[in-house]
Design a protein around this ligand. Sequence first.
Ligand SMILES: [Zn+2]
Length: 452
Amino acid sequence: MGAIIYTRQSLEKTGMEAGVSRQLKDCRALAKRKNFDVIAELSDNDISATTGVPRPSFEKLLRFVESGGADTVIVWHPDRLYRKLTDLVRITEVAQQHGLTIASVQAGDVDLNTPAGRMSASILGAVATHEGEHRTERQRAAYRQKAEAGEWHFSRRPFGYRREGGKVVQVPEEAEVLNTVLNMYYAEEVPRYAVMRYLNDRQILTPMGKPWGIIQVRDLLTNSHYAGISTYNGVEIGKGNWEPIVDAQTWHSWQSGAAKRKRKSTFTAAKHLLTGIARCAECDGVIYVKHRADKKLSYFCSEKGCVQRSMTPVDELVSEAVLLRLQDPAVVAAFRTQPAPTDHLYTERAAAQARLDDRAELIADGTLTAQAVREAAKPLRARIKRIDEQIASSDATDLIPMDLLTGDTRAKWAAYSLARKRAVIRTLMEVRIATQGNTRVFDGEAIILIWA
Ligand SMILES: [Zn+2]
């Protein structure tokens, strides 16, 4: 009959922990001393037995003993073999049927064939379990300490950052994307699903190399590490030692703004007349809004930053152009047959999305399992999909509301909601913002309107 050397390396590296090579060396020495015939050396590496992750070599070992191929297992310490009671139960069962002795470097021999042996094995196992739990606690304390010291601990790389020589550094292309989407979401109040679409339209992938889902986008937009804030279990604990995307002050004001927005639970597709409508005349990039230091707003090219223009004169110019255009009888005639506005669709969509978001939060705070929420979310998702399709098909033929074409057009336009104004602009024209020579004075010529 033969002996099997079994070694295992767990994740934690403490002073007391012997590495696999050290375990193996000691086990081989023990086998030699006791004249065991070693028929196999098995090892499970870097898998902690307390997590319940299967150990392939442990399974192989059981099969070895069951098939009558071995009667002795050599381990460094019994806790290498069974960290959990279920492991001990399994190995004891096998041992009783086939006869098995555990020889250990640290704790002597355990004969599982005798009641006394089994009892000492279970005591050793109990001690090992306790140590396993204790280590996890120690590990948690270590993580907390690291967070307090401003270290960003992550096992999966977050979007925008990576580890380089023990330091957390920005990934420049991703940091730029982050800056854009954080501003879209918080400063522009672009909804989450639109941020998701923005990322996926540009084929920007998650760090896992996949398209973005709404939950991942939420995690992305609410990760305070991007503001250089070190957290532990979601609680702010210190200042991070990595370069942030936004400053902490801006972040905090964004968070309180977002909380207010949520309470109102209203749909804010866009806060400005031309965001997402106007394009950069230089690179065709989408135009978004930049909040300048002097509290004024500018349109800017979100793609490459080619152009930047004060918002108010651009909005005025476009509004005047709309009103002029609507005085043209040919234009009026051309739009007579257009369908009804889509505002109600946006409202319906916002309501469905808000309910979906509420459910996601129930997972986050542990009220419901992810599975239960997924089930409950199905009809909501289907509904949002239907609304999106309706919006998409009506966007294509967009509309001039009939009442705008008669009577006091200017007064009616002024009273219109932003969403309706935007829909009208989309129907009538394309807006391009070009660079201008003298940037101090607004040049209307640099705003190019292309009539539909
Ligand atoms: Zn551009």
